[in-house]
Design a protein around this ligand. Sequence first.
Ligand code: UDP
Length: 240
Amino acid sequence: MNKFFKRLYIKSFSSFIILLEETIKKEQKMFIVTANPETFMMASKEKEMEKIILDKNTMVVPDGVGIVKAAHMLDYPVTERITGIDISWELLRIGNEQKKSIYLLGAKEEVITLVVKKIKQDYPNVKILGYSNGYVEDKDKILEDIKKKEPDIVLVALGIPAQEKLIYKHIKDFKKGIFIGVGGSFDVISGTKKRAPKLFQKLNLEWFYRLIKEPKRIKRFYNSNIKFIFQIRKYKKVNK
Ligand code: UDP
């Protein structure tokens, strides 16, 4: 686990956004993975995810509070949460300010259509080069289309680990662009789902809000987050 924590971006959210602004302006490439306990648990079990997280070119940011707390327990000076949904909003803002282009892949057809509508309305300078729902069978074909169109921003909302694996498989063929797997962010941007109220976010209980809203997540939560906590505790004990 330690080797994954070493990969975490440790500065503040605002520093990260400045870095994003510069990367987009300079037309460079960046692949962002928003890490949750589930991400590191998968990486510790599965070779492909391990490779993605350990790759020096992958930008790993601490998304979940579980990662931030565990990092502190292990003495990594992570500043704060940098979430996929907040990055998504910032990318739209930056794209609008810098008049950049975007490609969107993921979520249900009715959700992605609403996201496109919202971008056209609220971020009129963002050029939408293409979009697709996340249930098409041949996603590699979509990636080939993205390669031809060379967007500045690519948001992929397929859930972990499908979104990360798909981006990683193709990233070497791109010269520029910000690539990020944004999980359920399209559901929030479209207004289909609500993000946890500010109070829950403040109290670090956003995960709890998601659990009560979507109880089917409980098993997934147990398998990743609860086991994760035990692993970190065990590691701390052994390495005292
Ligand atoms: N999704 C998709 N194709 C699939 C499976 C999932 O486009 O084959 C979408 C789904 O509609 C949702 C997102 O991927 O918008 C996953 O959201 P979830 O909240 O599960 O992601 P998390 O942030 O928890 O990883």
